[in-house]
Ligand binder design. Structure first.
Ligand code: 3PG
Length: 306
C-alpha cells in the first residue's frame, strides 16, 4: 500500500480532509494526517515511511528529506513552493509539484477585501473612499493576478498589469492595460497588488526606490510573500510619506514598529489566510491527491517544478 502523509501546520478545512481521505481510500493508498504539528522534529518522525507528501507552507528541507528515505513525491497544495528546498529534493530523487490556480480565487478575494477595508478606514465609521474609478496595478499576471483583475473590474476599477513573462496579447484580451515599465505603473496607480513569487530575483525587490515612485495616497497590497518587501525601505517610506499605505496578508518582521507609528495606514492579517477557505482547501487538496495518484499509476509529472 502506497503511504501518503498530509503534513499541514495550518490544517485544511474538515471537508477537504474528508475528500482527500476518500480519494486515497478509493485508490487503495494509505493516507495519514499530521496537523498543527509543533516543529520540524515532529515532521521528521512522521515522514520516515512516507512515499508521498502533501504540504502547504510547511518547510521541506534537506533534513526532512534525509529523514524520508522512501519519499518519491512532494506536492505543495498551493502555488508558491519557496518553502521547499528544490535542489535538495532533486538530489534525493524526489519530484516536487504544486497545484497552480487551485486556491487563486480565495487569495484574490482577500486582496480586494483588504482594499475595501483600508479604503473604508478599517470600518471605523469615518468617511472613506471607493474603489470604483481607481486605478489598480497588478504586479505579475498569473492565476491570482488574473482573478484580482476580474474582481476589480466588477468594482469598476481601471485595471493594468506588469508581467514580462506573460504575453501582452493575453493580458489585453482580459481588457487589462499592459505596462512594460514597472516604475511607471507604480507612479500611475492608486493601488498596487503584488502577486510575484519569492525567489532570488524578487526577494527585497519592492524597495525604497520603487515605493517612492508610488502615486500620492496610494496603497500597496501584498497577498504574495513578505520576503519580496525590503522592510527597511518599507519603514522609511512610511516615515517619509504620510500618504503611503500598506496592507498585507503576511506581516513584516517589523510589524510592531509600523503598527505603533502608522496604525491607520497599515493592516496585517493575524495569520496568512489568503488561501484559507473551504473551497480553496478542497480544490488544492483534491488536486494534490489526484496528482499523487497520477504520478504513481501513470508516471505523470505535469506539475513538476524541480
Ligand atoms: C500559496 O502559495 O498557495 C498561498 O500563499 C497559500 O499558502 P498556504 O497554503 O500556506 O495558505
Amino acid at each position: 500500500m502506497t503511504k501518503v502523509l498530509v503534513a499541514t501546520v495550518k490544517p485544511f478545512a474538515g471537508e477537504a480532509v474528508k475528500q482527500i481521505q476518500d480519494i486515497f481510500d478509493q485508490a487503495g493508498y494509505e493516507c495519514r494526517f499530521l496537523e498543527k504539528y509543533d516543529g520540524q522534529e515532529a515532521l521528521k518522525a512522521a515522514v520516515v515511511d512516507a512515499e508521498a507528501l502533501i504540504i502547504r507552507s510547511d518547510k521541506i528541507t534537506e533534513e526532512i528529506l534525509s529523514a524520508a528515505p522512501q519519499l518519491k513525491i512532494v506536492v505543495r497544495a498551493g502555488a508558491g513552493y519557496d518553502n521547499v528546498d528544490l535542489s535538495a529534493a532533486t538530489s534525493h530523487g524526489v519530484v516536487v509539484e504544486n497545484t497552480p490556480g487551485q486556491n487563486s480565487n480565495a487569495v484574490a478575494e482577500l486582496a480586494l477585501g483588504m482594499m475595501v477595508f483600508q479604503a473604508r478606514n478599517h470600518f471605523n465609521g469615518k468617511p472613506g473612499s471607493e474603489l470604483k474609478g481607481k486605478k489598480l496595478g497588478i504586479q505579475a499576471y498569473g492565476h491570482v493576478g488574473k482573478n484580482v483583475a476580474r474582481i476589480a473590474k466588477g468594482f469598476g476599477m481601471e485595471v493594468c498589469a506588469f508581467d514580462p513573462f506573460v504575453s501582452k496579447e493575453s493580458i489585453e484580451a482580459d481588457g487589462v492595460e499592459v505596462y512594460e515599465d514597472l516604475e511607471k505603473m507604480y507612479a500611475d496607480c492608486d493601488y498596487i497588488s503584488l502577486h510575484i513569487p519569492a525567489n532570488q530575483h524578487t526577494i527585497k525587490s519592492i524597495n525604497y526606490a520603487l515605493l517612492s515612485k508610488m502615486k500620492k495616497g496610494a496603497t500597496l497590497v501584498n497577498t504574495a510573500r513578505k520576503e519580496v518587501i525590503d522592510e527597511e525601505g518599507l519603514l522609511k517610506i512610511f516615515q517619509d510619506r504620510d500618504d503611503f499605505k500598506y496592507i498585507s496578508d503576511i506581516a513584516p518582521d517589523n510589524r510592531e514598529v509600523i503598527e505603533k507609528d502608522f496604525a491607520d495606514r497599515c493592516f496585517f492579517t493575524p495569520k496568512k489566510m489568503g488561501a484559507q477557505t473551504a473551497e480553496a482547501n478542497i480544490n488544492a487538496g483534491i488536486a494534490a491527491a489526484k496528482q499523487i495518484i497520477a504520478f504513481f499509476e501513470k508516471g505523470d509529472t505535469t506539475f513538476k517544478v524541480n
